[in-house]
Ligand binder design. Sequence first.
Ligand code: UDX
Length: 437
Amino acid sequence: MAMIAHKCKDHTVTVVDINQARIDAWNSDTLPVYEPGLDAIVQGARGTNLFFSTDVDTAIREAEMIFLSVNTPTKTYGVGAGRAADLRYIEKCARKIAEVAEDDKIVVEKSTLPVRTAESVKRILESNSNGRQFQILSNPEFLAEGTAMADLEAPDRVLIGGDQTPGGKAAIQKLVDIYATWVPREHVLTTNLWSSELSKLTANAFLAQRISSINAISALCEATEANVDEVAHAIGTDSRIGPKFLKSSVGFGGSCFQKDILNLVYLCEHFGLPEVAAYWNSVIEMNDYQKHRFCRRVISTMFNTVADKKIAVLGFAFKKDTNDTRESAAIYICKDLLEEQANLAIYDPKVEVAQIQKDLGIDAGNGYVTYCETAEEATKDAHAILVLTEWDEFKTLDYRKIYEHMQLPAFLFDGRNILDLEALRTIGFDAGGIGKG
Ligand code: UDX
């Protein structure tokens, strides 16, 4: 929304939320989200044509177009628990709009939703329409965290789905016009509603599938002395495969991939397609396998015990350049290691201590975990280093000096394949990466 305000000075964008603390943060100098480049865009437009408010009703009344951007977490209760998307917030938004709107509205689904959700939104709005016209559009967001501003500035594509009726097409055109202010028209794709909704889930499923595929190969590489980076490079030069999203890792994390695939699996089962459901579910299974496999390898390499050993964990975010830890592989790996009674010294340049404690389900008094201000502090007297997030600063640490302050033999496990293992071995480390024999 900040990017739309930044690009379309003649439109007014009001972001509303019922959470006062969040809105206060968006109105302050410390935004609630760390995202490179976001501060400047928000500060440039805030108070001019970008506003943050808790006055939901007024914002609905005054808007011509309303973006629904609430979260759709995996359901934790009832039918479909653990897989289906929890649509309660979307439904509440639809009901609120139906209650408050005084004239026609275009309602845009920005949240990632199961295919055919627009139908429920439409029915809720139409059942309460009282003569007002509601058009529902689907406009999924493809930005990735850490590169969000660049992704928004120059998206590969913008996708807009809507009814193929005259009213639907007119609504689609209004949203196309907004994006066309800065996105080349040929990058703005329009489809029917269901294709748009399903494309978002499919895009994330395909991206995650590539990671699980290369991670599956990484296990075979470790058994055969092939090198997964070399294999990824070799296959990535085939223009039909392409080089992106082939970086083997400790496993994908983030708020989207797992949630969206689980949702896709649930939808397939709902529509009577168990084979399709099983196919996509295997992407998640492979990701879980990769996380636990990494941990098992750490333990077996360290003489089958990590109990009472100090292990430095470098990186806790699910990827670099974000403070987001949702579904981060680091959470699962740390939990596995804590079960083995290891002592963890965790350092991440952006993640707050309270967040780590929440993710690990521990309190400040837990004697097994310490939180460090620097990588040097975390690695001092450690038996092993685990690189779990690919932060740039981990590439340029003074590993020679770090080695001198570690217990011997000094183990290093590069869960992101960002370090020069040969150089580390020359220093004296017993160093290993992912998918390297
Ligand atoms: C993803 C999609 O990329 C984006 O289009 C969608 O809108 C939201 O979900 P995001 O979760 O922010 O974005 O991050 P992404 O860069 O896709 O990375 C997801 C996870 O996969 C991270 O844990 C990352 O470290 C991991 N990853 C990514 C790999 O392990 N290897 C790769 O080659 C790429």
